[in-house]
Structure formats: C-alpha cells, structure tokens
Write a protein that binds this ligand. Structure first.
Ligand SMILES: [Zn+2]
Length: 77
C-alpha cells in the first residue's frame, strides 16, 4: 500500500551537512529527484521510492545516488 506522506506532513527543504552528506533524523525525509517519492530517512517499515534510488527499512536507509536526493524536514499538518 502506498502512503502519500505529503497528505500527512508539510515538507520544508533542509540543508545538507557541511561535508555534503545527507542529514538524518526522525523528522528528516528524502525526496527522490527522479520519481519525487518521499521516504523517511529513518524508516522502520519497509519503504522505497519508485525508481529504486532510495530504499529503507529496519531503521536504516540505502541511497544509490545521494546527489539525486532532496532532504526535507517533515512537520505533521
Ligand atoms: Zn526514485
């Protein structure tokens, strides 16, 4: 089942870390540049974007192309 997180959260851009890596946290989400699907940066349930660039689950996220990720901060609406 697909859940559109945009219906639940308001998303605002968040800066990358100074070393260029992606921030991570309970309120940080990754928007895939390719397919525009949003996946939590710390995902306890299995989640993946449509093109396979981001895949998460078990509290970790794997990213194939970090340059094609927009880090976002999610706030419950
Ligand atoms: Zn994707």
């Amino acid at each position: 089942m697909k859940v559109d997180l945009r219906k639940i959260y308001r998303f605002d851009p968040v800066a990358r870390n100074e070393d260029g890596s992606l921030p991570k946290g309970g309120n940080v989400y990754y928007e895939c540049d390719e397919c525009k699907v949003i996946v939590a940066s710390v995902s306890h349930i299995k989640a993946a974007c449509e093109c396979g660039n981001v895949a998460g689950g078990g509290g970790a996220t794997e990213i194939k192309e970090p340059t094609k990720i927009n880090p976002l901060r999610g706030t419950l609406k």
